[in-house]
Design a binder for this molecule. Sequence first.
Ligand SMILES: [Fe+2]
Ligand SMILES: [Fe+2]
Length: 397
Amino acid sequence: MARESGMLLERISRLRKGFEEARARGQAMVPKIGTPAGTGLERPAVVQALGELLQNVSGSEVDVLPSPSYLTHGMRQLLSRAGQIAERLHWLTADQATSHGLTKGSAVAALGAIVRSVATLPNSVTVQDLRLEGLKVQLMLLEQLAENLEASQAHCNSRKRQLMVLARLLGDLHASAQLEGNGPLEPCRLEPVVAMVLEFARRDTWREGLWIPAEAVNDTAMMIAADGWNVALVMARACLRHACPNGVELEEVVLAGLVHDVGMLGVPEIQMKQVEAWSATDRGVMEGHARLGARLLEQWLPGAAAARGMVLWHHERPDGTGYPDGLLGAEIPELARLGAVTDMVCGLLLPRSNRPATPWIEAVRVAVRSAEVGLLDPKWVGVVAALVDSPDERLAS
Ligand SMILES: [Fe+2]
Ligand SMILES: [Fe+2]
């Protein structure tokens, strides 16, 4: 059966090639399927093999009813299109949600239903034609869905790739700072990531584009990169909706967000994974990430003074209880105040080994309460809280 399904896949890809070549030549969209008798393209074999393919795709049982009758031309066309869609879905991860809330699971279920319908079509040609028309419409919708799923997957993959670049870059930055005589890193390597964040910030609605893994990430560089990505994205959106703090360039806001926690690479891996509570010494090492990060950024990009300020002071609190300098209120630069709000909210959005991810609304509530007791700047809490597009969610907060 696996061999047959492999053969079918081969046939499907041949069909698709023909389909694409015909389209390139401006010919009919549906390829002609030459099926001399005895080549194995009879309906029972195709339906059964497609069923197996779908089963592989969905991981769930697809009940296929074999039928003794031969494929009509319309059925062949329909099944080959179903096969093309199945093949496209095959390469997507399960339950990839699109902006329409559709998943690979629901697409596979619908595709399975269509294949089953073909298997049980009555022998009357008129009824078959009518039913086939209905099934063709369903297939068109599924094709659209497969396209949405692919676009959504590509969107997600490109973001992950950028995060990997960022994680590697943060690691390199740290390593190069530790090696004597090593010159500063090429700053241009971060440019594509900054551009990508800005593209997401401009294009998507407030919630999209954030990178929120299903489970805690067990890699410090990746975790710092994910947090950096989210902080940069939310700060960029806040600046696009409001205004950049004190005329700081949007690119520098994004840069500051991306690297704000780079100094966390100085905290030993063993401490990051430690289950028991941190000692005063551990806490000191962790708090040292602000100064270490600022030093790294200074060596790397001496001109980025505003970004350096955010890296150094994103844990300062307006009531003077923050670190590393215990600055008070307006002594903390605006960008660092926006950074502190965003960092608190985004930190809660990520799942950790000891707690699940916090929903956005709850994270914003925490920020509002923190502003009430002098731990965050209320102005920037208001700006970040207002990023929510839906009035319902705004009311809920
Ligand atoms: Fe931090
Ligand atoms: Fe952070």
